[in-house]
Ligand binder design. Structure first.
Ligand SMILES: NC(=O)c1ccc[n+]([C@@H]2O[C@H](COP(=O)([O-])OP(=O)(O)OC[C@H]3O[C@@H](n4cnc5c(N)ncnc54)[C@H](OP(=O)(O)O)[C@@H]3O)[C@@H](O)[C@H]2O)c1
Length: 260
C-alpha cells in the first residue's frame, strides 16, 4: 500500500496541481516551475526519498504523495488523500512513464506489456482518479505527457511509440467529452529532452533540449488554449512532416534509422 502520510500541513492559497512522474526529469522540473508561479503542487512517483527532497526545496508549496501508478487502488487513494489534505485538484499533469529500446530480433511481448502497463494503463489509473471529481465540479484541467514518438513508428521505438500513440488517441477522444463536462484536456508531446530517461540513449537525439526548456514550454503552453503542447518547434515540424509523407517516402527515411 502506498504511504500517503509524508506531507507536511499545507498552505491553502494558490491553485493545486498534481504531477505524477515528479521525482525526476520533466515532471520534477514542471513541479518546481509551477510552484514558483504560485501553485501548490502535489508530487507523485515511486521514489519517496526523491519526493521528500523535492518537498524540502519548497515545503510550503510542494507536497510529496508517493505512488506507483500501476496500482489502480493506490492511484485512487492518493488522489483522495491529496483532495482531503489540500483541496480540489485544479490541474493534473501525468508524466509518469518510461522507455526501453526494443528490437525485432529480440521481440518480447512481455516488455511491451510492461511499457503499456506503465505508460498507458498507469495513466488511465490516474485519469480515473481525477475525472469524476472534476466532472462533478465542472472544473479542472488534465494534461497527459505523451511524446512526438506517437506520430510515427520509428525503428527500435515501436513499443514506446505505440503507447504514446495510444495516449494521443485517448486524449483526442476525451477532449470533446470532457469539454462538455467543463473539464479541459490537453496532450503534451515533447521531442528529445535531456533527462535520466534519455541519458541512456546511444543514438543521435536531434533538437535535444534541457529539462528547464521543456518545463518552460509546458508552463507557457498551459497559458494558451491549445489542445496539444508540442516542442521544440523544430522537432514538431520534422515529426509532422514525416507523418504527412506517404509510406513509401516515410519508410525511405525510417530505414536509415536501422541499426547495423
Ligand atoms: N525525455 C524525453 O526526451 C521525453 C520525450 C518525450 C516524452 N517523454 C515522456 O515524459 C515523461 C517523463 O519522462 P522523463 O524524460 O522526465 O523521464 P524520467 O526522468 O525517467 O522520469 C520518469 C518519471 O516517471 C516516474 N515513474 C516511473 N515509473 C513509475 C510508476 N510505476 N509509478 C509512478 N511513477 C513512475 C519516475 O519516478 P520513480 O522511478 O520514482 O517512480 C520518474 O519520476 C515520460 O512519460 C516520457 O515518456 C520524455
Amino acid at each position: 500500500m502506498t504511504d500517503t502520510t509524508l506531507s507536511s500541513p499545507p498552505v491553502q492559497t494558490g491553485k493545486l496541481a498534481w504531477i505524477t512522474g515528479a521525482s525526476s526529469g520533466i515532471g520534477r522540473a514542471v513541479a518546481i516551475k509551477l510552484a514558483r508561479e504560485g501553485y501548490r503542487v502535489a508530487v507523485s512517483a515511486r521514489s519517496a526519498d526523491k519526493l521528500m527532497e523535492l518537498q524540502a526545496e519548497m515545503p510550503d508549496r510542494i507536497f510529496a504523495f508517493p505512488l506507483d501508478v500501476t496500482d489502480r487502488a493506490a492511484a485512487s487513494s492518493v488522489a483522495n488523500a491529496i483532495r482531503a489534505s489540500l483541496g480540489p485538484i485544479d490541474l493534473a499533469i501525468f508524466s509518469a512513464g518510461s522507455y526501453k529500446r526494443d528490437s525485432v530480433r529480440r521481440f518480447n511481448s512481455g516488455a511491451f506489456a510492461e511499457t503499456l502497463n506503465l505508460n498507458v494503463i498507469g495513466t488511465a489509473h490516474t485519469l480515473e482518479a481525477v475525472i469524476p471529481d472534476m466532472i462533478a465540479r465542472r472544473s479542472g484541467e488534465i494534461c497527459v505527457v505523451a511524446s512526438v514518438a506517437g506520430y510515427v513508428g520509428l525503428p527500435g521505438g515501436g513499443f514506446y511509440g505505440a503507447t504514446k500513440a495510444a495516449l494521443n488517441n485517448l486524449c483526442e477522444a476525451l477532449y470533446p467529452e470532457l469539454e462538455r463536462e467543463g473539464v479541459r484536456m490537453r496532450v503534451i508531446n515533447p521531442g528529445f529532452v535531456d533527462t535520466p530517461l534519455t541519458a541512456k540513449n546511444d543514438f543521435p537525439m536531434p533538437f535535444l533540449i534541457s529539462v528547464d526548456e521543456a518545463a518552460e514550454s509546458i508552463v507557457d503552453g498551459l497559458k494558451t488554449n491549445k489542445f496539444e503542447i508540442i516542442f521544440p518547434w523544430k522537432m514538431a515540424f520534422a515529426i509532422k512532416f514525416l507523418h504527412a509523407l506517404p509510406h513509401r517516402l516515410r519508410f525511405a527515411l525510417t530505414r536509415k534509422m536501422l541499426r547495423k
